[in-house]
Design a protein around this ligand. Sequence first.
Ligand code: ZN
Length: 235
Amino acid sequence: MIAKKAIVLFSGGQDSTTCLAWALNQYEHVETIGFDYGQNHRIELDCRHTVLARIRNDFPQWAERLGEDHLLEIGVLGRISDTALTKDAEIVLQNDGLPNTFVPGRNLLFLTLASAVAYRRGCTVLVGGMCETDFSGYPDCRDNTMKAMQVALSLGIARPLVIETPLMWIDKAETWQLAATLGGDKLVKTIQEDTHTCYRGDREHMHEWGFGCGTCPACELRAGGYSNWQKETRP
Ligand code: ZN
């Protein structure tokens, strides 16, 4: 265990829940931060509480390291961006090749706000689920973007701040495996039942990989990763 305090960017989805487990596995004290920016589907924010409660109940070794949860309201992000995550629109590819679920500057803003909270709380590590491997093309999920942010924020708050991205170079099947390695079947079950990924906010249809419409890009990625993981580990 590393005697450091970390803050996990925690949305209540599969990736950030896996990152939270990763952080709880190695840091002495772990806090969580989430953002309410007027996303269409409030279900994500409810999932955060369910997952945190389940970790406190079912994982005593992690519960004692799990600290405060911070939920920041940043409605301004929803007001300045026009995307399928905050407006009721079909998910399509834009002319620039990015899906219209891309919220420009979102991760940059999240990390900046998280660094301010980290400063106040004495945390020196930010953990996020950004990933370049299966990535939906979001430029603010790239490794170089994260490295640039780490340098900018460390200079800007005049304290060393490390951005850890445990999922950066692994695919969705490996993300399921990482959860299994860190927290066994119990954590996999938590991710299946309590986390949310679907862009359409569907909590009616339960699949073996979790709730979701099954056809939006986020569901397809999550379902594909699960099925590949099953094939690799339980052929
Ligand atoms: Zn979906």
